[in-house]
Design a protein around this ligand. Sequence first.
Ligand code: EPZ
Length: 422
Amino acid sequence: MEKFIIEGGNKLEGEVEISGSKNASLPIIAASIMADGKTILHNIPDLKDVHTMIKILNYLGAKTKFENNTLEIDPSGIYQFTAPYEFVSTMRGSICLLGPLLAKYKKARFSMPGGCVIGPRPIDLHIKGLKKLGIEIENEEGYIVGKTTKLKGNKIFLGGNFGSSVLATANIICAAVLAEGETIIEFAACEPEIVDLANFLKKMGAKIYGEGSHLIRIEGVKKLNGIEYKIIPDRIESGTYILAGYITKSKIKIEGAITQHLLSLIDKLEEAGLEVYYGEDYVVTIPKEKWKAVEITTLPFPGFPTDLQAQMMSFLTIADGISLITEKVFPERFIHVGELNRLGADITLDGSKAIIKGVNNLKGAKVMASDLRASAALVLAGLIAEGITEISRIYHLDRGYEKFEEKLNNIGAKIKRVKEVS
Ligand code: EPZ
């Protein structure tokens, strides 16, 4: 395994280029198996999760070629329809293959994803929606077995106790585009990644209306064509670098973002007393010595994203005053709190609320990465902690950040990736 050794206290300067969106890539790669032909995807980030998805597609029998952020997928050779536990357990997001497999091949045998460090990852909404489209679903020894003779459009309410579900919406859209008749999805997820998936499917020939709102209407079609498509930039990566600029009190430029996807973060940074200079596809962080504590509640898009909660928490550890973060999407997503406190932060938990008392500074220490976004939060904290911070198990980071230390070192950070001596 590998670890980061970070020398804290360095100012950043320069420009960071944003990569393609991991969470747009995964459902679009999955949906490409529905095409009657080859698909070429551009701006696919070179990440572990993308390689895991490619491994699953190859296992099913698809032919793939991935180089220079372009992924070619030829699904014509698919001959099996099961996603084994060893793949699904390493990446919950692979569940987004379920809808495309059932839509195109009318059968699928999929390992239940199980839980992960950010909390249980139920799929009751996925199953509810698929059943509504005429799919029989059984649970066999930890596997979901789905089959149908024909998918029929239906009216589906897809909201759960935590609001909308991104990948359940993706799965139901994919299943509905090849169903017979009309499907109405109420309480659909509005995330930009869902809009990107819908744009991809419409270019393939699907008939989808209302994507980006809570009400999506789909008219089933008979076939979808293989196409060429470019993935949107990653809004969570963008937000992570924006916070890297502010937490280190540096002026950096984040290039190639879609700032329309970042308005909740920009709003909170301005509430904290910071100036955010931005255009349609770039953000410039305007440094300030201090910022005010704020209250954050994570919500489905366009609310404050749960995927930026940990990174925002790092930023608030040295704010002026007491901040409060309420996690409404994944109420247990606080595994980074203990590690930030090891760096000298003063954070206490009360159920799904984190109370962050601002301290003057953080001090370097040995900490451990646990999940993708918590790992990014520890890197942000390491950038400002006095002395050396060592972050172990950084394979979590490699799942969702392309060339993370390279991009940060290019603008003045001092991060070394070394082998962990076990
Ligand atoms: C997607 O996961 C993202 N992953 C997550 O990003 C992100 O945190 C999450 O959406 C929320 O924005 C990908 O897109 C690959 P959900 P998803 O279904 O779709 C509950 C990252 O760091 N729920 O929107 O699995 C669920 O427990 C990852 O990039 C049900 O109750 O999340 C949660 O509380 C982490 N029943 C809430 O809904 C269901 O059937 C939102 O989850 C499904 C979900």
